[in-house]
Design a binder for this molecule. Structure first.
Ligand SMILES: [Zn+2]
Length: 341
């Protein structure tokens, strides 16, 4: 791992990181060894290569979902002991090694419960235990968990996830998200009520939208689900009316530049630069996040900040502004930390 230059950046906040892809390969490997799980590769370094992607070796989102994400990453972090360890190691590692002081980790809890063999409440409590242990070990770290509803899930299953998010809000579930493979038959309208219930329970609302070059459902999502933040939302850079609506509603985009390059959501660095500069020009607020910090090459948050600076996509003051905004717009209560301290 590249050693970070701790003087260059203030403490960082990551508002968009998925559990499955935030677990270090070493932790995944050790969990697999403990469980006797058969991996597709017998050597550790071959395994790391197998689960890794990079902008130079991009993999389309759906392909990665089907071959690695759900088959391996989610499976290895399934079960109470395993998920507790994965969550603990992820929060701890982010603080110890990646200069992250605030982390919102998101996941769909049903994807870690071994096809419903594990009681969902037990599983959620194991996740919360993992986070609480890390927060105890590293008192300067702030953490929260966001539950992702699945686009591919039935309304019934998603309503259980919202119910659990509300139930465990006081224990550290800070928000809900809508994620999962795009292109599913998904009715945004059907979810208005569920998102309203979550909002009333003081949960933060974020939604994955406008990631791939199709933003047909972004208007509906903004109007009906009323998110405070949007995961990615990069397609809005090509729609002036949508950008002014994001500004009017004060919606913050959680942009994950290296993830967008690695999953081919954007074609190249020049396009990524165009998108981010367009948002700045139009006053659309955004934060910089990792999405998948452990499986994308050099995608830890401090590395990503360095990369954006090196590629002249954002300058230092713009990057500091994005980071301050992340501390400001976190769903974690009482986290108005001053990142400059
Ligand atoms: Zn994401």
């Amino acid at each position: 791992m590249e050693k970070f230059d701790s003087c260059q950046w203030p403490w960082l906040a990551d508002l968009h990181a998925h559990l499955g892809t935030s677990i270090s390969p070493a932790t995944l490997w050790e969990i697999a060894q403990d469980r006797g799980f058969v991996l597709p590769k017998r050597d550790y370094h071959d395994f790391v290569e197998y689960i890794s992607i990079s902008p130079n070796n991009p993999t389309p989102l759906d392909e990665y979902f089907n071959t690695v994400y759900h088959k391996l990453l989610d499976k290895l972090s399934s079960g109470t002991k395993e998920v507790e360890r994965a969550v603990y190691e992820t929060f701890s590692g982010a603080y110890r090694s990646n200069h992250v002081q605030l982390l919102e980790l998101r996941t769909n809890p049903m994807k870690h419960n071994l096809e419903a063999e594990v009681d969902l409440d037990q599983l959620i409590m194991a996740m919360l235990r993992g986070m609480e242990r890390a927060l105890l070990a590293y008192p300067k770290l702030s953490g929260g968990i966001i539950f992702c509803l699945g686009r591919e899930f039935s309304h019934k299953k998603n309503s259980i996830i919202v119910e659990k998010a509300i139930k465990y809000h006081s224990r550290g579930i800070v928000g809900i998200d809508l994620a999962g493979p795009y292109g599913q038959k998904f009715s945004v309208e059907q979810y208005e009520e569920l998102f309203t219930a979550a909002r009333k329970a003081n949960l933060g609302i974020t939604v994955h939208a406008g990631e791939q070059m199709d933003h047909s459902d972004m208007w509906e999502i903004i109007e009906l689900l009323r998110p405070e933040r949007i995961g990615h939302g990069i397609c809005a850079a090509y729609d002036a009316r949508l950008m002014s609506e994001l500004v009017r509603r004060d919606i913050v985009l959680e942009i994950c530049p290296l993830s967008n390059l690695a999953t081919r959501a954007v074609d190249n660095i020049a396009q990524m630069k165009h998108i981010m500069r367009t948002f700045l020009k139009n006053g659309v607020k955004f934060t910089v996040n990792t999405d998948w910090p452990e499986v994308i090459d050099k995608n830890h948050l401090h590395e990503q900040f360095n990369w954006l600076l090196r590629e002249k996509i954002l300058d230092e003051s713009e990057l500091r502004m994005c980071n301050a905004l992340a501390f400001e717009r976190t769903f974690i209560a009482g986290c108005g930390l001053d990142p400059y301290l």
